[in-house]
Design a protein around this ligand. Structure first.
Ligand code: CDP
Ligand code: CDP
Length: 224
């Protein structure tokens, strides 16, 4: 039997992490874990419970009392918060524009990392996020850092919104993505950063299949 690897995919907002991570996981019959969805879920709960997003202790207490499940389905990964499907609710712009504030708290991150590591303990996982290669799975056999220009990333989100019939403003998306990248990169706890041993892929002018092929080539090298 082939060795089951752990694959870490990090990078800034809308670089294509979840899209390619899902495809790579499917090809390998691995489990896909979207860690951003976990931070989004607790942010959603904090908003509906009217918590102060700067209050680390209140956020941690809430997280400790909260169950977050990531379940695969035919329509992609579903996110459950205390047994309720919140897959759509965690993608609103209100959550998107608050999630980086919630995610900067070190104690909250510690608990998230603990949960993420337990999901990954048997290997055979593709996990995407900001600190997977640096903190969550430092021993992952394959580490990828996906990049793309902020213009391209905003355009990708804009196209996605238009396809879904959602209102969308390209310039505003660009500003929101830049701000989120800035907060994620400048926070003290596990900032968005390429792991030293990660392979950087600039996807600005690459198609999804081209990015997937590059990652699969790295996987093949490691599986031998
Ligand atoms: O898909 P998108 O790029 O919009 O973001 P996401 O992966 O859903 O992550 C949402 C936010 O969660 C990020 O902007 C980070 O603030 C936080 N996050 C994090 O801090 N660490 C992770 N491992 C994953 C996400
Ligand atoms: O997970 P992350 O926020 O990094 O990005 P995503 O949600 O996977 O991708 C953002 C959008 O870019 C999706 O609509 C993809 O179809 C599109 N895209 C891509 O992911 N990779 C490319 N090379 C080109 C487009």
């Amino acid at each position: 039997m082939k060795k089951k690897l752990s694959i870490a995919i990090d990078g800034p907002a809308a670089a294509g992490k979840s899209t390619v991570a899902k495809i790579v996981a499917e090809r390998l019959s691995y489990v896909y874990i979207d860690t951003g969805a976990m931070y989004r879920a607790i942010t959603y709960k904090a908003i509906i419970e009217n918590l102060n997003l700067e209050d680390e202790e209140a956020l941690l207490d809430t997280l400790l009392a909260t169950e977050i499940e990531l379940l695969p389905s035919e329509n992609g990964q579903l996110v459950y918060l205390d047994h309720k499907d919140v897959t759509k609710e965690i993608r609103t712009s209100e959550v998107t524009n608050s999630v980086s504030i919630v995610s900067k708290h070190p104690k909250l991150r510690e608990e998230m990392v603990r949960r993420q590591q337990s999901f990954a303990k048997s290997g055979g996982v593709v996990m995407d996020g900001r600190d997977i290669g640096t903190h969550v799975l430092p021993n992952a056999e394959v580490k990828v850092f996906l990049l793309a220009s902020v213009e391209e990333r905003a355009l990708r989100r804009h196209t996605e919104n238009m396809q879904k019939g959602f209102p969308s403003d390209l310039e505003r998306l660009k500003q929101e993505i830049s701000l989120r990248d800035k907060i994620d990169s400048e926070r003290e706890a596990a900032p968005l950063k390429k792991a030293e041993d990660a392979v950087e892929i600039d996807t600005t002018s690459l198609t999804i299949p081209e990015v997937v092929d590059q990652i699969m080539a790295l996987v093949d090298e490691r599986i031998g």
